[in-house]
Design a protein around this ligand. Structure first.
Ligand code: PEP
Ligand code: MG
Length: 757
């Protein structure tokens, strides 16, 4: 029995239709004829009176490329501007539009030349490729009706295959293809956030590689079903393993992990995948197919929670593809001068790539405190993150620039940009060479004040860089990094080994270990953490350590064991009250007593300090300082809390200036209180590594600076040129200024007294 023409339905299913399309293409001669034959085949199979294909020109216009049922003279004549009409709507949303009466939709744009007046029912689906719409496939019928869900599903599968065929050049000739935006090919500049300083130029390598077009269709459904089932099985086993702590999942916290597991086991996900395989797709294509659908539906969600779920699904899809490819690890071999492109990366991911070939890293998401950013900085790899739409805008093999200085990415840059960038890279290399020559020169101001130059570190890889920088020691060792890049809680022995290594290689001024600064946004995947409304103001750092001392005590024990009779310097993060410091210090004493009871050597000398990061402490230094052996000002957090501006939020992070009277007065007060009580003080926030800011700190009297490795050369060069007394005199009146920032004045002063910035 044949269905009535007015009620279209897919009579033979997409698998048969896909085969027919392939046969049609093989039989049709010229390329334009192929496209015509394809729409005819689809129309007949779907019992549609109209079937049309619109493709996007490089100009952004949508052009009618083939039609069955509309006026043939409209082909290559009907063009819609970006976003115009129902076609524009489908492109914008990246999802199907199923309408009973096309003309009554508010976005409808009437084109008389097409002769589409009699057709009411309208179903349009995007031609999606790698999540990006390159065109639209439409079927129309006279009778006003809504197409069945199965029809929508089937048409989407056909559209996906057509998109790949168009991209592969199977349907259009080469000249025609050139002007179609299959993949982005124009130069683009994307603005993101600075994650790791530096400049890099290289070839884009996609961390999550798309499925090759040649592997989309399969005639052997049973074989693909079996592959899919097996891959799903191993994926689920892997995820279950993570939950049980056998294998660490990077990033999400525990409750997110639970959701993740639920998604991995979700019936509807596996059913959608199976359906796609049934329709004639390979297992890989099925994953892409279902992924596109999720992107289209969840990508539009306003709700942050739903959008997060989309990320989980993306992650699952990537993992599933890797299982299908039989790969255990995500890392692939790199070409020379590679710039890695990813949505986000887990810490281990980056370490798995060959450092000698990796020039830069671009991330669609992440934050400056994310694992990938931390590891990128430790490995001295320029990195820009939060590049919206990155993965849609870049193709594997594109030339890309990473501008870690300004937080921008240049995709397929024009020759003039390449030239400018190459010059900048050369200048930077020259400066680096000049700094390298200063490596063994002591940092002493022109008027004879020595400044201790220390480095911030947190991973074993940092220790490799230390000798190159000429740093005299490690002023801040962020012990939580080891925890953040591990798959499971580092055991006593692993902690002790790392601390031992740090002590052995820290240089003449030794290392200052900062105890675990966890909590807040530094959530460990393997530790249960409760969601907090204000994580930066929440249960973090020493607060957590004092409430649940087991972890902190284990760490202190590992530090004492690693020191093994050598001197030991320990400091506590985010101390907010004097009592907190007193309690934390007593834990150190207890652990030393414990070690001594077991006949172990106590540290030859013990220095216990507090980080000054919470403003409250600034007005209680008279009580705090007598209890400490030293203090270190964490200006990153002190700025955040003083200005009430989240350091990780790009909207406000740079809104207030450290070179401002309020901040400089706070720093002056801290310095003066430390001098009065004879307490050694250092500055270990990022500002210590910026020449102008470091100049200001020197002028305020600070003489111990700990900074990221890249800051040491430039800051030392500045110090060698400073007359400290002149700087002090010049800065003093600025502290009384009514301006919100005195950056300009400080810069003028520095130039006036010939400081090399
Ligand atoms: C700081 O807050 O300035 C600091 C050095 O610590 P962290 O950046 O690790 O919070
Ligand atoms: Mg801090």
């Amino acid at each position: 029995m044949s269905p009535t023409p007015a009620i279209p339905t897919l009579v033979r299913g997409p698998r048969t239709l896909l085969r027919q399309i392939r046969e049609t293409i093989a039989a049709a001669g010229q390329t334009q004829a192929k496209l015509g034959a394809v729409v005819r085949t689809i129309a007949a199979s779907m019992v549609a009176e109209v079937c049309s294909i619109y493709l996007r020109r490089a100009s952004g216009e949508m052009e009618l490329f083939a039609t069955e049922g509309l006026d043939p003279s409209a082909v290559h004549v009907t063009r819609l501007k970006t976003g115009e009409g129902l076609i524009g709507e489908i492109m914008r949303q990246g999802r199907p539009l199923n309408l009973m009466d096309a003309a009554s939709h508010p976005a409808f744009s009437y084109r008389p030349e097409t002769g589409e007046d009699p057709f009411h029912a309208f179903l349009g689906v995007p031609l999606l490729r790698g999540g990006r719409a390159i065109g639209v496939l439409v079927v129309q019928n006279r009778a006003a009706r809504i197409y069945a869900d199965d029809d929508v599903e089937d048409l989407q599968i056909i559209a996906m295959v057509l998109a790949e065929m168009v991209a592969a050049g199977d349907l259009l000739d080469r000249d025609e293809l050139k002007d179609i935006e299959i993949a982005p090919h124009r130069s683009e500049r994307l603005k993101g956030a600075k994650f790791s300083d530096g400049l890099a130029f290289g070839i884009a390598v996609l961390h999550e590689a798309p499925v090759a077009a040649s592997r989309l269709l399969s005639d052997d459904v049973a074989a693909e079903e079996a592959r899919l089932a097996q891959a799903l099985e191993s994926l689920r086993t892997q995820i279950d393993g993570m939950i049980e702590g056998h294998e660490g999942l990077v990033g999400p916290s525990f409750d997110v992990l639970e959701t993740y597991r639920m998604l991995a086991h979700s019936r509807s996900w596996s059913r959608s995948l199976q359906d796609a395989v049934h329709s004639g797709l390979t297992a890989e294509a099925a994953v892409e197919r279902v992924r596109s659908e999720h992107r289209a539906s969840l990508g539009q969600a306003r709700d942050a929670y739903l959008r997060e779920r989309l990320h989980d699904l993306e992650d699952l899809n990537d993992r599933l593809l890797r299982h299908l490819a039989g790969e255990g690890s995500s890392a692939r071999s790199l070409p020379n001068d590679a710039v890695l492109i990813a949505r986000n990366l887990g810490p281990a991911d980056l370490l798995e790539y060959d450092r000698s070939k990796l020039r830069g890293l671009l991330l669609e998401e992440g934050s400056s405190a994310s694992h990938a950013a931390i590891v990128a900085r430790a490995m001295d790899i320029p990195c820009v993150g939060r590049l919206e739409g990155l993965r849609d805008r870049v193709n594997e093999g594109d030339a890309v620039f990473v501008d870690g200085e300004s937080g921008e990415a240049y995709l397929r840059p024009r020759p003039d940009v390449v030239k400018a960038f190459t010059t900048r890279m050369a200048v930077r290399a020259q400066r680096r060479a000049a700094f390298a020559r200063l490596r063994d020169t002591p940092a002493i101001t022109r008027d004879g004040s020595p400044v201790a130059m220390l480095m911030n570190a947190g991973l074993a890889v940092d220790l490799d860089i230390l000798p190159e920088t000429g740093a005299q020691g490690i002023g801040l060792f962020r012990t939580e990094f080891q925890f953040m890049v591990s798959d499971a809680l580092p055991k006593f022995q692993a902690q002790r080994e790392l601390y031992d290594l740090v002590l052995a290689r820290a240089g003449p001024l030794g290392a200052t270990f900062r105890t675990l600064d966890l909590g807040g946004d530094k959530v460990l995947p393997y530790m249960h953490a409760e969601r907090e409304d204000n994580p930066a103001l929440g249960w973090r750092a020493v607060r957590m350590g004092l409430d649940r001392p087991a972890l902190l005590r284990l760490q202190l024990r590992a530090l004492i064991a690693a020191a093994d009779g050598r001197p030991l310097r320990v400091m506590f993060p985010l101390v907010t009250s004097v009592d907190e410091f007193r309690l934390a210090r007593s834990l150190v004493d207890r652990e030393i007593a414990w070690a001594v009871r077991r006949g172990r050597a106590p540290p030859a000398r013990l220095d216990v300090g507090a980080m000054i990061e919470a403003p409250a402490l600034v007005w209680h230094l008279d009580a705090l300082l007598p209890l400490t052996d030293f203090v270190s000002v964490g200006t990153n957090d002190l700025t955040q809390y003083l200005f009430a501006a989240d350091r990780g939020n790009p909207r406000v992070a740079d809104r207030y200036d450290t070179l401002s009277p309020p901040f400089l007065r706070v720093m002056r007060d801290i310095h003066d209180a430390c001098v009065a009580s004879g307490t050694p003080v250092s500055v270990c926030g990022e500002m210590a590594g910026r020449p102008l800011e470091a100049f200001t700190l020197i002028a305020l009297g600070f003489d111990r600076l700990s900074m990221p490795p890249t800051g040491i050369g430039p800051v030392k060069q500045m110090i060698l040129s400073v007359d400290r007394e002149a700087a002090r005199r010049g800065l003093a009146p600025m502290l009384a200024s009514a301006a919100s920032s005195v950056r300009g004045e400080v810069e003028t002063l520095a130039r006036k007294i010939s400081v090399d910035l």
